[in-house]
Ligand binder design. Sequence first.
Ligand code: ADP
Ligand code: MG
Length: 736
Amino acid sequence: MNRTSSPKQLSRPPESPLQYVKGIGPKRAAVLPAFGIRTIEDLLTYFPFDYLDRSSILPISGLKKHLNTDKPVTVIGEVFRLEIRRARRTNRLMFFLTIKDRQDYLTCVWFEGVQWFKDAFEVGELLAVSAFPEVDKLGRVQFIHPEFDRLKGAMEEDEPDWGKMFNTGAIIPKYSSTAELTRVGLDSRGFRRIIRNALKTHLPRIGETLSRDILERHGLKGMALAIEQIHFPSDTVNLEAARRRLKFDELFFLQLMLAYRKRSLEGEGNGIAFSSKSVLARQLVESLPFTLTKAQRKVLREIAADMQSAKTMNRLLQGDVGSGKTIVALMAMLVAVESGYQVALMAPTEILAEQHYRTLTAHLKGLPVNVRLLVGGQRKKLREDVLEDIRSGRAHITVGTHAVIEEDVGFARLGLVVIDEQHRFGVMQRATLREKGYRPDVLVMTATPIPRTLALTLYGDLDVSVIDELPANRRPIKTAVRTESQKERVFQFVREEVKRGRQAYVVFPLIEESEKVDLKAATEEFQRLRTEVFPGFKIGLLHGRMKSDEKEAVMLKFQAGEIQILTATTVIEVGIDIPNATVMIIENAERFGLSQLHQLRGRVGRGADQSYCILIADYGWFDAHRKGKEVRELQVERRDAAVRLETMVETTDGFRIAEVDLQLRGPGEFFGTRQSGLPQFKIASLVTDRDLLALARTEAFTLVGNDPQLRDPAHVPIRRHFEEKYRGALGLGDVG
Ligand code: ADP
Ligand code: MG
């Protein structure tokens, strides 16, 4: 999906059109492409990251009142004095810059890059400087390594006087820059200049990208006006309107692409129409020791309707941990099997694939359904046998990891693919299926709830079913936070529960960057727990570096009760289902993301007994990691960690937890991996632009429904922009 956000690649002409913009020239034009600016359009959509306006500026004398802000503050003043001094104790050079506003003086200090900074300023030039204010030994406020923005200096010809403009109330854009850009004069001020020049000549040529009726329906400004105002707003109202328009644009065109992809996934009604008989599914329901919840029945109806129609199903099944997605998926599988088709069930890890295999086999005992497991590490003969069953169609259901579709496995009649994923199985893999010539119905199950804005973006080409209810026999898990010093009491509690016949998990964090170190720590801690804390108990260890048959053996023992206390890294995170396990201890809980904590907690509370989740958190961890980090960064981390732990104690609602997690981490980090497949927006935000996203989606899907070829003359601007920007994007063969 990343492809959508970058304009199509043209073979670049020998000369960049940028160099003819006043103030750029060949030298700067040569540097800009490395920063994604190749065309005039790129330049005009290089949006400010912030603005200076008078309401955001403090007088220097007012800084003392803002020593504890969590945002940098800005002051404006003239350069008064420049000075290099040597620190007495460390003998290092330091650069001091004093600026002066109407009443007061402020000193800014640099420890790094002294040689460069000493020549960077001139006495008398006007600067905006931003930093977290700090206090020196004498109690004076100072800025350390501030960001700065030149408002006036040795002015280049015909450059507006930003300082004067500022004083008359203008809002001045701030552009992000880098050392390399600054070297060629493209600091924030340099960008202001070239963008202003580019606007002068190119503004009249900026075309509209939306239809008039969409603009009018949502009170959106025209494109050219929005571009002008985002850079040089005449006031805050116009700035806000410009931002809204440009955000809408980004969200709309992404949703338009998803609408087309959905259309093409659905096919022209030449998908499989499964029979509506469901004898097997009914037999399964009768054999269950429980009745399905209302929510499970509702989503089953949605899935069945999709499967019976000739449209290809592409459905996302969302539900909180323990809401009973597996049984729902199994019933869908039986519908496919009964219609004479094969099913592939794919899990993100081998452990999970093996567990699904066991669960399915247990549920299907007595039914004429052949389930096979395909994972790495199987003996060759067994593997050949499984592959042969798949090829011949004898394997009704094949359970495995993604390798099932990625390798050369040939299905005789693949009709349904169920993907149990932890946000790992993205759009590309779904496309792989099609490439291999299969057109099965697809059901994607998420392991944990996803905030709505992310779901509509990442899975926006799917229909969504939500199981919004837990089985009635569940008792809410009791969650508490304890410190390191209270650990002995926590362990005592574990001993008591285990003596009563329950089982427990003790989870250690394993963070990728230091996997080896953490693994060593986890192994040592395991030895300590085994010999010192829980002597006489049966205790096991599970971690990601173990071979798959070792892992499997451990899981089987835990399931059989031969292990009472399972110490593990986060490999137990996804999907493991052992109802007798009722205690979850999470060590260093402050190191886990919120959704991950929720997912881990979901490993208990799966049976009828009261379950407990105890989060051990110790802020000592921050001291260990203090080195190299700003105090303020640590404070933010610490505050976020506290919010995470509090949220865990407060609620068990996975959808609410997911929203808080998104607020804290932002969309890129939400999934715990950068390759989440989320598009890079220039201005829209999946955290804050929820309502706008909903509007944009409705408009885009309505448009594709009413005028799929975009033939209506009123839709020409949309069509032109879409073709230009998104041509070549996945699955758009049928546009235009
Ligand atoms: P998840 O949605 O996390 O995948 P599972 O499908 O693994 O949840 O179900 C969790 C547990 O709840 C399983 O042991 C399953 O058999 C059981 N379960 C599923 N549906 C119900 C129900 N309607 N009533 C009671 N228990 C159920
Ligand atoms: Mg599951």
